[in-house]
Design a protein around this ligand. Structure first.
Ligand code: ADP
Ligand code: MG
Length: 657
């Protein structure tokens, strides 16, 4: 039997790459059919066939509406944000098209493709991880596992330094900062590397910042210059703009190696070669670079580390080829940034090493390096409640960000009032104390509480975060037989039947018509969800930073149940007397609340009686009620003050009473 080859795939926002590990344990990047090591993550739906990669990228200039790019940013949403030819596609399907192309290249190079490891950003939440695995399956790949990109990069680096060999006590544990600036996103992660062990300490990033922003700055600059001279704006013409953008990207790359470059701008028969120096380019993008520096500083603070505790700074992502990045990091850290692993290839190589490790472990082979990987959750998870002192809605965090996984936390809350009929558990993800600034990732209700339950009755909420990224939320009301369980993982994504249907046009690399047909078919079969399960995320949830937690191999674990718990938050125990009257508008008794309101009512919260919940049902918006209330109160106050004053100090008024 031929040994299954360890394969890793870096499914990037702008570029993807595949690598494998040879018999000697060395990683190699697989060339695509165009002869390149990197494949642009761009899909072109021509009428006759599906085109992915360089050719698709060329088409973005002239046929932008047939092209899908930056799809990774939309993972977790039901649809890719830009319709193709007017048709909406699930992002997983488009990611699958890219993976299919990579699979084809792997088969051509290696003959046979077994299971693969695919990488995802550390901030990807479970739905986005599952979506990535689904994309692999739709592409006809067997997904061995999903691994975090910084972990993969650290693996590639660790391998180079001999850290993957367990028991090599000569190697001191080291703290590694992985600075990954790609095309569309910026990720920064602190890891601890010890022989046979990789531990994520903390992770952060900016999902709306990448090489593309640098491109756009340069484009703005040259377009302005052109406009001043020719009184024509290339940004107003899509084809001219895309051409100028392509020229700006080329110039940006040139400026990484040379001190000056030319950008050609052409529109309406007018053309201009605009020179740009590296110095100018660095000046016009200095604020972008500073944003990455600021996130980096924040990460260190969050991890309670100083630069003296960091041993290496690892550069990952194509944009770290810009000399300004290394210069900034050198200044910030006092460390010479590490170029030892190719920044475009580190993630794919590391993924292949991880595949090798998993396969070796599976077959019981001792020859391969044995290591453990611990991940952390990238965003805090909590529930919405009412703070007892202030009566304010608050995000009560159960699992703070950067908690090593797996973890289990139980926290006690209380009911808000006597005879409370139901409890709504709204699961939040985010750092803010204000629930409105967090993302709701799930919601569940405990109904039919026994009549006569006293106020301040305990409600025990448990969050269990598995190493594979699955979050389970449980709530029990001791002394009653009421409880609820919520499995967040099932909230979004394609259904299994949907996944199966999509395989066919993807495998055939069919043209647009076949995909369009499938959209219709899948829509019909799953009540208009495009083959998707119920998707609670809305457009606002598209922010990539709002992710939950990584999955992957977890060596160490911390079970904080009963141990390191966050302080218990008690919820308001009395009904609204301390709250603004508008909170209560129209909903003052149980009987007034229609059944089931607590599921949809905006203020339906844990420890909140069902009756106070349906603000959104009111015909008058709350802000208006507030405004009118405050205005009337202010006018009354003024009038009272005026009357008092005129009574006590009649002399200060110009008119006699
Ligand atoms: P992603 O992980 O988002 O797919 P990559 O790590 O492949 O992205 O990085 C792609 C980005 O790197 C693009 O914005 C590209 O323009 C930029 N890039 C690649 N090479 C260079 C270079 N020599 N100089 C500057 N930027 C580069
Ligand atoms: Mg990348």
């Amino acid at each position: 039997m031929i040994r299954e080859r360890p394969i890793g795939i870096d499914l990037g926002t702008t570029f993807s790459a595949a690598a494998w590990v040879d018999d000697a344990g060395h990683t190699e990047i697989v060339r695509n059919s165009e002869g390149d090591l990197l494949t642009p993550s761009i899909v072109l739906f021509s009428e006759a066939e599906l085109v992915v990669g360089r050719e698709a990228r060329n088409a973005t200039i002239v046929q932008p509406d047939l092209v899908a790019e930056w799809v990774k940013r939309d993972m977790g949403l039901p649809y890719y944000s830009r319709p193709i030819h007017g048709e909406k596609f699930p992002p997983e399907v488009l990611q699958a098209c890219i993976l299919r192309k990579l699979k084809g290249d792997l088969v051509r190079e290696l003959g046979e493709v077994g299971r693969v490891v695919i990488t995802v950003p550390a901030y990807f939440d479970e739905p986005r991880r599952k979506g990535t695995a689904d994309a692999g399956e739709m592409a006809g790949l067997k997904v061995l596992d999903i691994v975090n990109e910084p972990t993969a990069a650290a693996l590639a680096f660790g391998e180079r330094l001999g850290y993957l060999t367990p028991g090599d006590s000569a190697k001191e544990p080291m703290t590694l900062l992985v600075y990954d600036l790609g095309g569309g996103t910026f990720d920064i992660t602190l890891l601890r590397l010890a022989p046979g062990k990789i531990e994520t300490l903390a992770t952060d990033g900016d999902v709306q910042l990448g090489g593309h922003d640098w491109d756009m700055r340069l484009l703005e600059h040259v377009a302005e210059r052109f406009r001043k001279v020719h009184r024509l704006d290339p940004r107003k013409d899509p084809v001219a703009m895309n051409r100028a953008l392509a020229a700006a990207i080329d110039a940006k790359h040139t400026l990484s190696a040379r001190s000056r470059a030319m950008v050609r701008v052409e529109i309406g028969g007018q053309a201009m070669e605009i020179p740009v120096t590296r110095e100018q380019f660095e000046e016009m993008t200095a604020d972008l670079l500073e944003r990455t520096a600021s996130t980096t500083r924040q990460l260190l603070t969050a991890a309670r580390l100083a630069w003296k505790d960091v041993h290496r700074v690892l550069l990952v992502g194509g944009s770290t080829r810009m000399p300004m990045v290394a210069a900034m990091l050198r200044k910030l850290s006092g460390i010479e940034p590490d170029h030892s692993v190719n920044p475009d290839e580190a993630v794919a190589r590391g993924a292949a090493l991880y595949a090798a490790y998993l396969l070796a472990k599976e077959s019981g082979a001792a020859s391969h390096a044995n290591f453990s990987i611990t991940n952390v959750n990238s965003h805090s998870l909590g529930v919405e409640g009412i703070e007892q002192d202030t009566m304010r809605k608050t995000n009560a965090v159960l699992i703070p960000r950067n908690t090593p996984l797996p973890t289990k936390v139980t926290e006690r809350f209380v009911t808000k009032m006597e005879n409370q009929p139901s409890i709504v558990l709204q699961v939040l993800e985010g750092e803010s104390r204000a629930p409105s600034e967090c993302t709701t990732i799930g919601r569940t209700v405990i109904r039919n509480l026994p009549a006569g339950l006293p106020k301040n009755w305990p409600v025990e909420v448990t969050f269990e975060y598995a190493a594979n990224g699955r979050l389970t939320v449980k709530a029990i009301v001791p002394g009653t037989d009421q409880s609820t369980t919520l499995d967040i993982e099932r909230a979004v994504g394609l259904s299994n039947a949907g996944i199966d249907r999509w395989k066919k046009p993807i495998a055939a690399a069919a043209g647009f018509d076949a995909f369009e047909e499938m959209v219709q078919e899948v829509m019909e079969m799953s009540d208009g969800q495009g083959g998707a399960n119920k998707a609670p995320r809305d457009a606002q949830d598209n922010e990539m930073g709002e992710a939950v937690a990584p999955m992957g191999e977890a060596g160490a674990s911390r079970n904080s149940a009963g141990g390191a718990q966050p302080s218990v938050t008690h919820f308001a125990s009395t009904a609204g007397d301390a709250r603004p009257s508008s909170e209560e508008s129209g909903h003052t008794t149980d009987e007034e609340s229609p059944p089931g309101d607590d599921l949809v009512g905006e203020a339906a919260k844990i420890a909140f009686p069902g009756k106070n919940q349906n603000d959104s049902g009111s015909p008058v918006p709350r802000w208006m009620v507030n405004l009118i209330g405050h205005t009337v109160a202010a006018l009354l106050g003024l009038l009272l003050g005026y009357l008092l004053l005129s009574y006590m100090r009649p002399d200060s008024f110009p008119w006699p009473w």
